[in-house]
Design a protein around this ligand. Structure first.
Ligand SMILES: [Zn+2]
Length: 212
């Protein structure tokens, strides 16, 4: 079963002890698992003493058989090689899209990507190019983080969000024809990279160097 575990932590605000539920591994036996990962509700908590709301950050895996994916969160980059070795040795993940991500936000983004039927690697390249174009058009916009994708199965909307200094926020709807163009051009080429599990902005940057 998905492994909820109650752990104790100290509220950063009032320093009282708080019990929170932590999921080290999630799979589809948890009803609406993908929706709960995407909404982030599994990782939110509220301090019963002072009312402070916060999000938990910890390492966990999400086996989303429904969307043919295994996503592992690894916060410490130094631990990634050990996870890669373990994944290479295991047969549990055969046929799944196996991904290692750096935090829960990235796990939510990958989950959305797979729920929307997208290729996350093409989307990483798409975001890399969209970022370059965006910064060219908005030279005064100072990005505070990498742009990220969000899609809603309910509305069908898909956007790339740019967050900037001063609380600035710009949304760019996903350009379907450009996504399809990138897919046609590069999907085959990426297939060759067996044994790789990290597909993030740094990967997209390296990949882009090889194509321009
Ligand atoms: Zn508190």
């Amino acid at each position: 079963m998905p492994s909820p575990e109650v752990v104790h932590l100290l509220c950063p605000e009032c320093v009282e002890a708080v019990n929170v539920t932590v999921y080290r591994s999630i799979d589809n036996r948890l009803p609406d698992a993908a929706d709960k990962v995407i909404s982030g509700e599994l990782f939110k908590y509220r301090c019963p003493h002072c009312g402070r709301k916060d999000r938990l950050e910890y390492d966990l895996s999400f086996h989303d058989a429904e969307h043919n994916a295994w996503i592992q969160v690894v916060h410490d980059p130094a631990q990634i090689p050990d996870y890669v070795t373990a994944l290479n040795l295991s047969s549990r993940h055969q046929g799944l899209r196996v991904r290692i991500v750096h935090n829960i936000h990235e796990m939510r983004e990958k989950t959305m990507t797979f729920v929307m039927g997208r290729d996350d690697r093409i989307l990483e390249i798409y975001k890399y190019i969209a970022k370059a174009q965006f910064l060219l058009q908005s030279p005064d916009f100072v990005l505070t983080r990498e742009p990220f994708y969000a899609g809603s199965a309910e509305t069908g909307d898909e956007v790339v969000t740019f967050l900037g200094k001063g609380g600035k926020r710009e949304l760019a709807p996903l350009d379907e024809s450009y996504y399809q163009f990138l897919h046609t051009e590069f999907a085959g080429q990426i297939q060759a990279e067996a044994g790789r599990y990290v597909y993030d902005s740094a990967w997209a940057k390296e990949f882009a160097k090889g194509i321009v």
